[in-house]
Design a binder for this molecule. Structure first.
Ligand code: FMN
Length: 336
């Protein structure tokens, strides 16, 4: 499908593996490693893009070190993800002119219509070479984003996702097909990507310890308040590991006291301890956290997902063909 044409380094004949732009986690090293392993990762630019040019220069250096040849227009074989509510478009455009990239990923705007200007400007400076990905959480949002921007890819983010997402949305099992049907009814064909996967990070030991993600994680605004982040639009909330900060807020403890305790914990440990259920520091993660049992390299994760997805899709294609008495083809597999 289109993904392989636009991102030719993706492993051929395997499902496309994509890492979302996880703030403070999917930075230059993980982004470049994912491409080198045959996947596509989005460097997390977040809401403060003042370091974007430097981070992109670091990616370029890592590709050079790995002797990875860039395309003719020197475009980096990576994406960049923004939290649009705080990101400065002009600073972004300057950085992307210096270091063009294959794709950008938008999320969390103040108003959906802000995406139109971002889409138009990035398409203009890149001569349409930088593809536009937009993460959405409801059917209405998907239809409006398509009307405003006609993105190249829609990322569908279900309610179990880690980090921030719309307060009100369905789980991925129903959300993905409902958005697919709504677009199909309007004759719109845009690749859909389901958001998922949590990997790596300073708090990875805590992620390994946590089980039963529907209970061990919860959406709450206190995680941001404790960190002093106040800019997220009202319609968003962040899902993280339930910890002392979360339980204090649930009991109605004063939020200034909660923040002071959070800051004290951060200062005491220098950020090396205090994550996880018994700590106070924010550990963003989705309900899939219970499935993460081992620390693995980006390469191992990309290859494992490719293998498992190929197997499952291959088996389902064979079952489907068998029920209709047709010879087994690669129908489902080729849709990836
Ligand atoms: C630690 C963390 C940081 C994240 N940061 C961002 C971000 O900067 N921009 C963004 O669009 N999404 C961000 N997300 C959300 C992801 O795009 C995606 O929706 C989520 O990882 C999918 O959920 P899952 O990994 O729990 O299955 C973040 C998620 C996590 C867990």
């Amino acid at each position: 499908m289109a993904l392989r044409k636009d991102y030719p380094w993706l492993t051929p004949a395997a499902p496309a593996v994509i890492s979302s732009p996880m703030m403070k986690i999917c930075m230059s090293k993980l982004t470049v490693e994912t491409t080198l392993a045959g996947g596509l990762a989005f460097l997390a630019a977040g809401f403060d893009v003042s370091n974007l040019a430097k981070d992109l220069a670091e990616c370029a250096e890592l590709f050079q070190k790995a002797s990875f040849t860039l395309s003719d227009n020197n475009s980096l074989p990576i994406g960049v993800g923004f939290q649009n509510w705080g990101a400065d478009l002009q600073v972004t455009l300057k950085a992307l002119q210096q270091h063009p990239v294959a794709a950008v990923w938008f999320f969390g705007p103040k108003k959906l219509k802000d995406y139109a200007k971002w889409t138009e400007s990035i398409r203009e400076i890149s001569n349409n070479k930088t593809k536009i990905w937009i993460q959405v959480g409801t059917v209405a949002e998907a239809l409006e984003v398509v009307r405003l921007c006609r993105p190249d890819v829609l990322v569908v983010q279900g309610a179990d996702s880690g980090g921030h997402g719309l307060r009100q949305r369905a789980g991925i099992i129903t959300l993905l097909p409902e958005i697919a049907d709504a677009l199909r009814r309007k004759g719109i064909h845009i690749p859909l990507v389901a958001a998922g996967g949590i990997i790596d990070g300073r708090y990875r030991d805590e992620i390994l310890r946590v089980v039963d993600g529907g209970v061990a994680t919860a959406p709450s605004t206190i995680y941001d308040k404790a960190r002093g982040i106040t800019g997220w639009p009202e319609t968003y909330v962040g899902r993280g590991v339930t910890n002392k900060t979360y339980h204090d807020a649930a009991r109605g403890r004063n939020e200034n006291v909660i923040k002071a305790l959070h800051d004290e914990a951060l200062e005491k440990s220098g950020g090396t301890k205090g994550w996880g259920p018994r700590g106070r520091l924010t550990t963003y993660a989705g309900t899939g956290v219970g499935l993460v049992r081992e620390v693995k390299s980006a390469r191992e994760i990309v290859q494992e997902i490719q293998r498992d997805a190929s197997y499952i899709l291959g088996r389902r294609a064979a079952d489907y063909d068998a029920t209709r008495g047709r010879p087994s083809g690669d129908g489902l597999r080729s849709k990836l």
